[in-house]
Design a protein around this ligand. Sequence first.
Ligand code: NAP
Ligand code: MG
Length: 403
Amino acid sequence: MEKIKMTTPIVEMDGDEMTRILWKMIKDELILPFVDLKTEYYDLGLPNRDKTGDQVTVDAALATKKLGVGVKCATITPNAQRMTEYNLHQMWKSPNGTIRSTLDGTVFRTPITIPSIHPAVKFWKKPITIARHAYGDVYKSVDIVTDEPGVAKLVFEGESGKREEVVVQQMKGPGVLQGMHNTDKSIRSFAHACFQYALSLKQDIWFATKDTIAKKYDGRFKAIFEEVFEEYKARFEEAGITYFYTLIDDAVARVMRSEGGFIWACKNYDGDVMSDMVSTAFGSLAMMTSVLVSPDGKYEYEAAHGTVTRHYYKYLQGEETSTNPIATIFAWSGAFRKRGEMDNLPELVKYADQLEGACFDTLNEGYATKDLVNLMEGITPKMLTSAQFLAAIRERLEKRLAA
Ligand code: NAP
Ligand code: MG
């Protein structure tokens, strides 16, 4: 069989621990035999980030901006324990943070669903995608703990000399204070990324804040979304999809009673909390994909989970692990599909569809990794190691591609 051709390379970002092991296995079993793979390779494994003073992460982010499509393996975000484990020169920042700020992107997380794994919420029939605003609010806030009475004020000094001051609270005793911000630019980018992604998936988009309480702060989010939506209104009508705004508590209630099949745009904190709830309710973190979309249409695909450290330590002791590669495979298929669409390569798009199809065939026949075995219902699952599971997917992929 002739290998499927590519024209523009995909930015390939390698990573750490168990996912780095899976990364190579996925390439060897499911990609290289079938695709004439073109990538620009960046090793974002922690040793190489340390060696390059984290320049490699910056370079990979810039390459994604240039080439338009990237695929990333999970990476370690160093903490104090990793400093000693890897003998690091510095506690390097989260690579995802660096890539996100370079691309000014929004993260969309979607569960991969199969008939034998029932969501904890019985009404949910279709996946719910969470779009999390990845800038500002409490994540870029400052705070103070006070130990005496006094006055807390919020002050803004404009470059023009304009000054605004409001009293936050007359503190009668010890307490806590917090100051946070967001920017019109970031909120506007978020809105564009959301509306563009809704159009590309042809799904409704919901957005919610607490603008009845935070009248100015959340009110600004609501107003910017309304303003940006004007640019998309006609295309939404044409695609038969809608933009729906409501209050966050109303949104939570409606999400629980919905059938799914839409995108839920969330402010930073809401997205942090709700994405964990939604992913757990759909089944497993190992079945959650993540894509970073920039307002100018650049895409970076990855699994939502981390480097699966506990499994890696077992692997290092020579044990065969049953780590789930599905979300990482879907990161690759997402990148191939997008590259194929951008470069007008229908064969590459078809390969992406068949790769995902082969994963579904395998799972629907009951072959699964350990994390899924206990979740499957109405089927007798057979637990496989990662290597056996990938071989089973390959067998089905070969059949599909030969058909
Ligand atoms: P994690 O790697 O997602 O793993 C947490 C647990 O979830 C695992 O121990 C495992 O449970 C289960 N799990 C996750 N993915 C799985 C898979 N593919 N197959 C089977 N089980 C899976 O999170 P973590 O242990 O908190 O973080 C480990 C490292 O990953 C950290 O250094 C962190 O910085 C990094 N991280 C990176 C990213 C990213 O690059 N996007 C995201 C999150 C975390 P059991 O052990 O019970 O089997
Ligand atoms: Mg969270």
